[in-house]
Design a protein around this ligand. Structure first.
Ligand SMILES: NC(=O)c1ccc[n+]([C@@H]2O[C@H](COP(=O)([O-])OP(=O)(O)OC[C@H]3O[C@@H](n4cnc5c(N)ncnc54)[C@H](O)[C@@H]3O)[C@@H](O)[C@H]2O)c1
Length: 251
């Protein structure tokens, strides 16, 4: 029996990286999965991969920073699969344009806020009413270890993820009466294509990687925690920002 049998999930940014890994894992555990991704090529590829593995998936071209696009994506997923139980806000990520506050370009600040924080806000704004209709559900947000500890040099990303962590707690308190749980993942460095590229080009990264006591995480490591939070096994876990971080926050 799958841990998500009978559930319907929407995962943003599931064209690649952690989101793709989660789409495959959620489907393997019985969930129908809507892939809300801005890149139609990678989004369709994830859809193909899930179907090839025997799961049910639907790609929806989505820009999480655009309210109309988000509303349409939530509607399309709920129409196709009949309901919505899980909203996994995964789309996001730092870029090499980030930096300390005195050096980071203003545009990078608004890029990070728009994608990581406003994207999460919009998906919750339009997704939570569907979870309420379904009698409850699970929201999984994507924070980062930067929301829990000082990691200098990424102040735009840090601001956005700190906002995600704070909003996770307030939404958890607000919507618990509707049987909705809201949690956030706080990963360390995860070997996705984007981050592998940053690792290769950042001279300061070695010191950070050395603090990963169990090595750098793989996308599946984060997807496994998302699976737990999505499942009924986590029925009393809410409002938490859960480190999946190879010990970096304690090293
Ligand atoms: N990889 C890491 O080291 C790491 C560490 C901590 C937290 N995280 C967080 O985990 C999440 C996933 O990270 P990842 O490394 O897998 O990212 P990734 O860059 O590999 O994938 C992100 C996906 O989001 C999509 N996307 C970008 N903008 C979008 C938009 N406007 N609308 C819809 N989709 C959009 C991209 O096309 C891509 O497919 C992010 O929120 C990131 O901040 C990652």
């Amino acid at each position: 029996m799958g841990r998500l049998d009978g559930k319907v999930a929407i995962i943003t940014g599931a064209g690649i990286g952690i989101g793709r890994s989660a789409a495959l894992l959620f489907a393997e555990h019985g969930s129908q999965v809507a892939i809300a991704e801005i890149n139609s090529e990678t989004g369709r590829e994830t859809e193909r991969m899930v179907r090839k593995a025997g799961g049910e998936a639907m790609f929806i071209e989505t820009d999480v920073t655009n309210a109309d696009s988000v509303q349409a994506a939530i509607g399309a997923a709920a129409n196709r699969f009949g309901k919505l139980n899980i909203v996994y806000n995964n789309a996001g990520g730092a870029t090499p344009n980030d930096g300390p506050v005195t050096e980071a370009p203003d545009e990078e600040f608004w890029r990070a806020i728009s994608l990581d924080l406003f994207g999460t806000f919009l998906m919750c704004k339009h997704g939570i009413p569907k979870l309420i209709e379904a009698g409850g559900g699970s929201v999984i947000n994507s924070a980062s270890n930067v929301a829990l500890m000082a990691l200098p040099g990424r102040d735009c990303y840090t601001a956005a993820k700190g906002g995600v962590a704070a909003m996770t707690r307030s939404m958890a308190a607000e919507y618990a009466r509707h049987n909705i749980r809201v949690n956030a993942l706080a990963p360390c460095a995860v070997r996705t294509e984007r981050v592998a590229h940053m690792m290769d080009n950042d001279p300061n990264i070695k010191a950070i990687l050395d603090r990963h006591l169990l090595g750098v995480a793989e996308p599946i490591d984060i997807a496994q925690m998302a699976l737990y939070l999505a499942s009924d096994e986590a029925r009393v876990t809410t409002g938490q920002v859960l480190p999946v971080d190879s010990g970096i926050t304690i090293s």
